[in-house]
Design a protein around this ligand. Sequence first.
Ligand SMILES: Cc1ncc(COP(=O)(O)O)c(C=O)c1O
Length: 507
Amino acid sequence: MQKSTARISAATLARRLGPESPAGTGPAYRQLAHRIRSAVLDGRLAVTSGLPSERDLAVGLRISRTTVAAAYSLLRDEGWLDSRRGSGSRLRLPDSRGASGASGTSGASIGLGPAGLLGYPGSTGDEIDLSVASLPAPAGLIEQLAALAVEDLPAYAAGGGYAPFGLPVLRQAIADHYSAAGLPTKADQILVTSGGQHAFTLALQELSVPGDRVMIECPTYPVALDAIRAARRIPGPVGLPGPGQIGDTTAPWDADLIAATMRQTAPRLAYLIPDFQNPTGALMDEATRRRIVDAARASNTILLVDETFRDVPFPGHPALPPRMGSFDDGQRVLTLGSLSKSVWGGLRIGWVRGAPAVINRLAAARSLADMSGPVLEQLMAAHLLADPVAVLDQQSRRMADGAALLTAELADIRPEWQVSRPQGGAFLWVALPGPFATELARAAHAVGVLITPGPRFGPDGTMESYLRLPFTEPADRLVTGVRRLSAIADRAAATAGRLSDVPGWLT
Ligand SMILES: Cc1ncc(COP(=O)(O)O)c(C=O)c1O
C-alpha cells in the first residue's frame, strides 16, 4: 500500500534532525537514535516516514556507516523502526505507548475532542478558556452592522430568501476584497459559507472520497484534522517546525519535504495555513508558496489554503507574501476565508474562492446540507466588507497587544518555556522543557483553566512538549490564566515524569 508519508532523503533528514546537541553524551549511535526519536516526538518527522538508506545517511551526516547501522538497529529493537528487505526502513511508534495520547485520538485521554469546540465536555463555562482563539467583536460594531442590514431587509424579505451561492452583494464584496488586495477575483469565484470550517468540510467532502490521502502540516488546526478523520480520509502529516525554529516563525515549511511528499504519496488534497499558521504562528515565504503550488500541479493535488488569519497581521507588519492563489492557473488552489478571527466568530461568515466550475459543485453539495445561508448576517458582512480597514486594524491591534502581554508575562514567570514570536494571528506556540503538556492540561482543568496540549495538533499523539496559548482573552484573565498554569507546571512535569517510567511511554 502506498504510504501517506514520504521516504525522506538524507539531506532532508539532516535538516529535520538539526544540529547535534553539544551536551550529547554516550556513543555516537545512541545520540543519533536519540535525535531521530526526538524529531518524531516533536512532530518534526512524521510517524511512518521512510528513512534514507544507511549508506546515504552516513554520507549525508558525514559519519560512519557503522554508526548509522547501529542507530537503526537500536531504533528497530526499541520498536521505533520497521525494516523490510527491499523496501527500506520506516519510522513507527512503539507498540505499548502508555497513556500519552499517542493512540491516534489526540487529546482524548483528557476528554478533548474529537469534537471541535465541544472538546471540553466537563467544562463548567466559568473557566478561563485558553483553548479557543477568538476575539470579542469591537464594541458596538455588530449592533451597527445589524442596523444597516435591517434597512436592506425589506427588499430581500420580498423575495424567496434562498441563495445557495451566497447573496450576490456579499459575493461581490468578497471578490472586491481579494481584487483590492492584488488577486483579481470575480463574484462567480466565491461561495459564501457558514464560517471557514464549513468551507473546509465542504471542499474536503466534495473533492475527495473516503480512503483518499490529505496532506496536512504537523502541527495543524485540530478541528480540520477531526474533520479529515471523521470523513475517513487519511491524514498525511508533514513536520513543520525545524529544531530551534520555534522563535523563528518565518520559514518552518520545508519545501523539499513537501514536494517529495506530494510526489511520492500523490495526496488528493493538501491542507495548508500559510498565514500565521495555527498553531505555530508561522508565515510562509513567497518562494515556498510558489514551489508548493508547482509541486501540487505535478502531483495533481488540490491545495486547500486556509487564510483565516491573513487579515490580522500585527500593526506595522510589512506587506505579506502574495496569496497562494496568485501562483495558480485557476484549478489548483481553493482559498478558504473567514471573518471569524478578523472580525467576530459569531457572524458565521466564511467562504471559498476557486474556479467557477468548482464553486458550482460546492454550491450544489452545500444545498444538500443547509440549502442556503441566513440573509441578515450576510448583509451585515457585506456592509462590513464595504469598508473593513478600521475594524481589521482594531482587531489586529488587540491581537498584537495580547501577544505582547502574554509574551512578557511568560518571559517573567516561565523564562525556560520557549515561545514563538508571531507577527500576526491569535496564539503563541510554546515549547515546554519536557513532555508534560497533556498532564498540564489535565491539571489546568482542575484549577479552572482550559488549554490545548500539543498532541491535539497532530495525528500521532506526538508533540507532548508543546502547548498552544491564545492571547485573545481579556488582559486580566490572560494573566490570571497563565499564572495558574505556571503555579501547577512543576507538579505536572513531575507527574508526567513519573508516568514516563511506565514501559513504552513516549518520552
Ligand atoms: C485555521 C483555522 N481555520 C478555520 C477555523 C474555523 O473558522 P470559522 O469559525 O470561520 O469556522 C479556525 C478557527 O479557529 C482556524 O483556526
